[in-house]
Design a protein around this ligand. Structure first.
Ligand code: HEC
Ligand code: HEC
Ligand code: HEC
Ligand code: HEC
Length: 493
């Protein structure tokens, strides 16, 4: 008691302070519970429609989740351009005509434009010359496998017809079925809105590695949802079965080894006759090797930042360059100015692109040199090492470049791959010069004028006028039929 009396003032203050701390902590807890509840409320309280099975029409999901839906619709914006990327339409062959030479004999030499928002996935695959101008269901150059990363109608049709049956059809045969661009059903289970894997190829690659994709954490799923499409893949065998070539690992070298062992070739180069590989878009594979993935970040951390509306916090579904919203992306972790953060990104990109531009020139030169060597009478045996080098050089270039975000996601790895590509391009040129010298001809082979897309396409013998005219007929006659049929069948709202 004596002690209490003596220290009464101090003790009262301690008691008061303690109470305040508890009140403060309780307040925090309540706030966080409220926030959680608000989040859950957005999930379930507004459930106006019951969604069953695979509902590929995102408009219907929008009734329940208006915020996510409205931001998802913003992927149709085409107003953002950063220094090198963005969502504006960009004809890449026009800007870098050497690529026409690199893809000679393959459909990419006809047409290649930069990726845009998810809202354009269907429109762009219909419009590209690469899918040709099919006039009937079993006409045209491509299998239905080409639809796989474009639409939530894909898992729907797969569920209806079977996976292998889906891939073995022709692309045009599903033109009236695959009509909604990438949407809710591609990534979500409608019952609980959990992220889910709808593309069999990703789950199958995990199974072959002895792993189960169902055991992934939420943070992993925030990347794996994207890895359904933003990855390297190929069409295996006659059934064109979509397969991820990951059995030996996911680096450029491990995937190359896999393809070499399978004896897989995408096409034979028209000029050099090299057995070529086409890289798709190994965004996920390269991202994993960069500084952010190694600190545990996922794609959604930068491409789907949180957005607040009053007490409600939700994920921005406008998938786009993170540079559009630096305050909600980079700056949630980095205490640095907007200007500096943009500068870091551009510096990484500029350095990678410096080497990329060199590779494209030297690799194009090597293909043209190989053509010259064949014409001057080089033998298959003489050319063998040249063709191997060309395949390896171009694989590395494509792997680094087709992953559009890689120069920022994993700058060191991307530069490493490009450096090897440049080295192999020069080695190929040296071999060609040795062959030409041994044949007693001038080793300084002449370079054609490939300064524009049109000139480069004419040089490799493409009849672009004819291709474009056929495509216009396809767009004005066949596509409207597909859309009308889809509407009639209620596949499209
Ligand atoms: C490309 C994949 C993808 C697509 C397409 C997609 N989402 Fe999401 N969605 C995500 C990711 C990733 C999250 C974050 C999940 C987490 O952090 O647990 C998310 C979260 C959500 C949530 C939980 C609350 C929130 O905002 O974080 C809702 C609800 C949701 N999405 C609705 C939709 C709707 C409606 C559509 C279609 C209009 C849609 N999503 C399309 C990937 C996608
Ligand atoms: C179902 C396949 C699919 C899924 C799943 C998917 N994407 Fe895409 N993504 C695409 C396609 C196809 C394009 C190109 C569309 C076009 O150009 O018409 C694209 C384009 C993009 C772009 C370029 C947008 C622009 O404005 O230029 C970004 C960024 C992107 N995706 C990020 C992501 C992220 C992050 C995820 C996971 C949360 C994801 N995507 C999931 C298929 C997919
Ligand atoms: C640390 C942040 C960060 C993370 C995490 C991240 N990205 Fe990116 N991403 C960027 C930046 C920055 C760019 C370059 C944007 C620019 O130049 O406008 C970019 C570019 C892209 C592009 C090209 C966009 C275009 O306009 O063509 C795609 C596609 C992409 N990222 C997909 C992914 C995928 C898939 C993942 C996960 C495997 C991922 N990103 C993870 C920051 C990130
Ligand atoms: C969710 C948190 C988070 C976000 C969002 C994020 N970063 Fe980072 N970033 C990190 C962490 C963690 C590191 C590693 C820091 C370290 O080791 O010192 C890092 C490293 C970096 C580095 C140094 C890379 C290196 O080579 O070590 C740069 C540059 C960078 N971030 C830029 C950006 C930019 C630009 C954005 C937005 C497009 C961004 N970050 C978004 C967390 C984040």
């Amino acid at each position: 008691m004596k002690f209490f009396k003596k220290h009464k003032g101090v003790l009262m203050w301690i008691l008061f302070g303690g109470t305040m701390v508890i009140v403060f902590l309780l307040g925090l807890l309540a706030a966080s519970i409220n926030e959680r509840r608000a989040e859950i409320a957005t999930l379930f309280a507004n459930k106006r429609v019951e969604i069953k099975g695979i509902e590929s029409r995102s408009e219907i999901w929008g009734e329940n989740y208006p915020r996510e839906y409205e931001t998802w619709r913003e992927t149709a914006d085409t107003n953002f351009a950063s220094k090198h990327l963005g969502n504006k339409f960009q004809d890449v062959l026009e800007e870098r005509p050497e690529m026409v030479i690199l893809w000679a004999g393959y459909a990419f030499s006809q047409d290649y434009s930069a990726p845009r928002g998810h809202a354009y996935a269907i429109e762009d695959i219909r419009n590209t010359l690469r899918t040709g101008a099919p006039m009937t269901d079993d006409d045209g150059p491509q299998p239905a496998t080409c639809w796989t990363c474009k639409s939530p109608d894909v898992p729907r049709v797969m569920a209806e017809t079977g996976i292998a049956q889906f891939y073995s059809k022709k692309w045009a045969a599903l033109g009236h079925e695959i009509v909604n661009p990438i949407g809710c059903a591609d990534c979500h289970n409608p019952e609980n809105m959990n992220l889910t894997i709808t593309r069999p190829a990703l789950a199958e690659a995990f199974t072959r590695e002895g792993k189960s994709i169902e055991k992934s954490t939420i943070q992993e799923m925030r990347s794996l949802a994207c890895a359904q499409c933003h990855v390297e893949y190929y069409f295996k065998g006659d059934g064109k079965y979509l397969t991820f070539p990951w059995d030996k690992g996911t680096t450029a070298e491990a995937i190359e080894e896999y393809y070499d062992e399978e004896g897989f070739t995408d096409w034979t180069h028209k000029l050099s006759r090299a057995p070529m590989l086409k890289a798709q878009h190994p965004d996920f594979e390269l991202f994993k090797l960069g500084p952010h993935a190694q600190r545990g970040l996922s794609c959604a951390d930068c491409h789907m930042p949180y957005k607040s509306e009053g007490a409600i916090k939700y994920s921005d579904h406008h998938l786009v360059s993170p540079l559009l919203n630096i305050d909600r992306t980079c700056q949630t972790c980095h205490r640095d100015s907007k200007e500096n953060l943009i500068k870091y990104v551009y510096e990484y990109q500029d350095k990678v692109l410096e080497i990329r531009d060199r590779v494209e020139k030297e690799l194009a030169k090597a293909h043209i040199g190989a053509k010259d060597a064949w014409e001057k009478g080089a033998s298959e045996k003489q050319m063998e090492p040249v063709l191997k080098l060309l395949r390896a050089a171009q694989w590395r270039w494509d792997f680094a470049v087709a992953s559009h975000g890689a120069s920022f996601h994993a700058p060191v790895e991307t530069q490493r791959i490009l450096a090897h590509s440049l080295d192999k391009s020069y080695q190929a040129q040296l071999e060609i010069q040795k062959i030409l010298t041994s044949l007693g001809v001038n080793a300084n082979y002449p370079m054609p004028d490939i300064s524009t897309k049109e000139r480069a396409q004419a040089y490799i013998g493409l009849e672009m006028k004819e291709l474009n005219a056929k495509k216009e007929i396809f767009k004005s006659e066949i596509v409207p039929q597909w859309i009308a049929k889809a509407k009639e069948n209620k596949r499209l709202l």
